[in-house]
Design a protein around this ligand. Structure first.
Ligand SMILES: [Zn+2]
Length: 128
């Protein structure tokens, strides 16, 4: 299929969500069906790049995408988050407009902790 003359725009699948869509006729043909897909793909690329940096480069493949499975591991990760926020020169601290996303994510994590713990956060509060 060689639909390059533009008479009938070729349907392609979005690089973000995989849904089929027809790129707008004018300008550079997009690879995403909507801005949200482009933004999500951008955020994913940023996260992967950050992970690669965090784990010391492509040589330590095993560490890329490694998710802690115990409390100790998560506390270590959260400590890195704290350190980045406390460092005014860090990328994270210098992007306050992205902090709402962090706030939402941490809130969701707290909610999950509440639901997973017998007695919930109130119990943890009393025993902390
Ligand atoms: Zn899409």
């Amino acid at each position: 299929m060689t639909g390059t003359d533009g008479s009938s725009p070729t349907e392609r699948s979005c690089a973000g969500c995989g849904e089929p869509f027809r790129p707008k006729g004018r300008g550079r043909p997009g690879v995403y069906c909507r801005p949200a897909c482009r933004q999500r793909a951008w955020a994913l690329r940023q996260a992967r790049a950050a992970l690669a940096r965090e784990s010391g480069g492509p040589d330590s493949d095993a560490a890329v995408g490694a998710v802690p499975t115990d409390a100790r591991g998560w506390v270590r990760i959260l400590g890195q988050l704290r350190a980045q926020l406390a460092d005014p020169n860090s990328e994270l601290a210098s992007r306050p407009w992205e902090h709402l996303r962090l706030y939402d994510g941490l809130g969701d994590a707290l909610t999950a902790l509440d639901e997973a713990t017998p007695g919930g956060l109130a119990w943890l509060d009393r025993h902390g």
